[in-house]
Design a protein around this ligand. Structure first.
Ligand code: ADP
Length: 263
């Protein structure tokens, strides 16, 4: 592990619905090191997607700082954010988000088009990436001609073809059976470790999260625990945090509880 690639400081996202405020993120602080596979885990509605969206610059925070590679994401305007994402970030989605009428090669090559890479180089890189994810025999297949696991491998290849420093994955195995889930998870972990990329994966599943080098447990918009086990843990932890922090207080050692009524 090297220097921090992502720093999140005192992050709040508060939605107003009529008279009510929903604190989707309620004062979140953490650091992710370069090369880490970090999992953010929590039940539905705990704030995971909101956190991922803020880190990817897809939504602005209400308050707080997100520093990626030394740059303040929350201070960038939309056009700077687009450039930032193109240059530094890859996304893997639960629903794969592949273009149904394009072949695997064409789907994987697409992000390179946005970077202005010439066609022959795009194709060469896409084919290499598809071989890396074990799809060398499916280059000309369209998504409908592939299994869910294969489609997600195409999604992984598409995210990684631009060689991003950071990969965000939102429930990437949510549509896969348990065997395929483990295959895809191990594949993602292996590639990002080999390439020294940083991956942030959101999941509701404690077992899947336990594969992370770092596991950030989130509940009601707050971090309730951060586990660190470099290299990831493979056995089933079945860890439950419900009895550890009575009252749902923020109980990370050394972290201050500071309800901020003004935000
Ligand atoms: P998760 O990804 O863990 O399921 P979310 O980040 O989607 O959780 O949501 C966290 C909380 O914020 C939930 O209570 C959700 O209802 C609320 N929320 C998310 N997006 C919005 C929005 N656009 N407007 C209002 N409330 C929202």
């Amino acid at each position: 592990m090297e220097k921090p690639v992502i720093q999140v400081k005192n992050l709040y996202k508060i939605y107003r619905i009529g008279e009510n405020k929903v604190r989707a993120l309620n004062g979140v602080d953490f650091t992710i090191q370069k090369g880490e596979f970090c999992c953010i885990v929590g039940t539905s509605g705990s704030g995971k997607s909101t956190l991922l969206n803020m880190m990817a610059g897809l939504e602005p925070p209400t308050k707080g700082e997100i520093i990626i590679g030394g740059e303040h994401i929350e201070r960038k305007n939309e056009s700077k954010l687009v450039l930032f994402r193109q240059a530094h970030v890859g996304f893997i989605f639960q629903s794969y988000n592949l273009m149904p009428n394009m072949t695997a090669v064409e789907n994987v090559a697409m992000p390179l088009t946005f970077q202005g890479v010439p066609k022959d180089i795009r194709e060469r890189k896409a084919i290499k990436m598809l071989k890396t994810v074990g799809l060398g025999k499916f280059l000309d297949h369209k998504p409908g001609q592939m299994s869910g696991g294969q489609q997600q491998r195409v999604g992984i290849a598409r995210a990684l073809v631009v060689d991003p420093e950071i990969v965000f994955a939102d429930e990437p195995t949510g549509n896969l059976d348990s065997n395929t889930t483990l295959e895809v998870l191990n594949l993602m972990r292996k590639i990002v470790h080999e390439k020294k990329q940083t991956m942030i994966m959101v999941t509701h599943d404690n077992y899947l999260a336990s594969f992370g080098d770092k596991v950030i447990h989130i509940r009601d918009g707050k971090i309730i625990k951060i586990d660190e086990h470099p290299g990831g843990r493979i056995e089933n932890t079945e860890e439950d945090t419900t009895d550890i922090y009575p009252g749902g207080t923020l109980a990370v050692p050394g972290e201050e509880i500071r309800p901020d009524e003004n935000t």
